[in-house]
Design a binder for this molecule. Structure first.
Ligand code: ADE
Length: 318
């Protein structure tokens, strides 16, 4: 798939004014079309930089992946997963948009939507915690984005505050789909098989689900588990399962051993207790969470989750 050089194709239909004949012109984008700026983030095998289009001046976030390193570290598979997943989800709600992909001798480039307000972890850290209305606002978008992924047959498998970016309007944009699982369609149906389970992948310790640690299997419910951990973190300022090292964190996760902080809102406690449930089958799914009392004032049917302005950011006060 990467065989074609400068692969980002834009087809423009241009009518010749003299002949009236319409011709398709293929315009390929390459690094020469962008100016690169500051580093926005560093991944384990990629660097994300600010980029600006020479023609339009539009800003992008360019993810640069070193080919030699990818091959040596056997990460090529994950890069293709990320590309295929983003292409499946393009134009969907709450997912970072992939505009172009291209390559040169040394690197692969993903031209992504630029999210100027950084990641959600920085927001939680800056305020220490989030007020209940802020938690409701951001968790509704995160949940709706997860629901969309699952409807599109994608399980993210590494949802965490660092992978939740914020655009210029403070709207949530999920990113980092290198560890995603693309589900197959049900035979003869147009829906994806959410019962599909995949083996042996570990996300990030604090957000990893007990079924992965116990049985080495995850299905779409692992994203719901991570959502529950993030909702907890918005109020408490720290994730529910946190210890001095990964091993101890895993022990807590497997035992579902967590405690609400003093003054934690009862309504959110109730919701989290129904999400941080050991068996994935008993854990609420996105549709059931949307119907929980915590979201009684949120309308998930009219797109207001994505249109309402963000409330002023404030910490949670007991
Ligand atoms: N850091 C990583 N990806 C980013 C993006 N798309 N926009 C802004 N910062 C980022």
């Amino acid at each position: 798939e990467w065989a074609e050089r400068g692969a980002a194709k834009i087809v423009k239909e241009i009518v010749n004014p003299e002949t009236g004949v319409m011709a398709k012109h293929v315009i390929k984008k390459g690094i020469k079309d962008f100016k690169f700026g500051e580093v926005l983030g560093d991944g384990s095998y990629s660097t994300v930089m600010l980029a600006r289009s020479n023609d339009s001046g539009k800003k992008y976030a360019v993810k640069v992946l070193n080919k030699e390193y990818l091959i040596r570290q056997k990460k090529v598979k994950y890069v293709n997963i990320e590309k295929n997943t983003l292409q499946r989800l393009n134009n969907g709600r709450g997912v970072i948009k992939l505009y172009f992909t291209f390559q040169d001798e040394a690197s692969l480039y993903f031209l992504l939507e630029y999210a100027p307000n950084g990641d959600f972890l920085s927001v939680i850290k800056k305020y220490g915690s989030l007020a209940e209305n802020c938690a409701q606002y951001y968790s509704a978008q995160i949940l709706d984005a997860i629901d969309y992924l699952h409807h599109m047959g994608v399980v993210h498998r590494d949802i965490k505050p660092e992978n939740i970016l914020l655009d210029k309007d403070m709207k949530v944009k999920l990113t980092d789909f290198g560890t995603a699982k693309l589900l197959d369609k049900n035979d003869g149906a147009d829906n994806y098989d959410l019962s599909e389970r995949s083996k042996s992948f570990v996300g990030t310790a604090e957000y990893v689900s007990p079924e992965l640690l116990n049985d080495n299997y995850v299905d779409y419910k692992c994203d719901i588990w991570a959502f529950g951990c993030i909702l907890f973190q918005m109020i408490a300022g720290k994730p529910p399962f946190k210890a001095t090292n990964e091993y101890l964190t895993f022990q807590k996760v497997m035992k579902v051993q967590f405690a609400f902080t003093a003054g934690f809102p009862l309504i959110i406690r109730d919701l989290i207790k129904r999400i941080l449930v050991k068996t994935p089958e008993s854990r609420l799914d996105a549709a059931q969470i949307k119907n929980h009392h915590f979201f009684s004032t949120t309308n998930f049917d009219d797109n207001s989750v994505w249109e309402d302005p963000a409330p002023p950011l404030l910490p949670y006060k007991v």
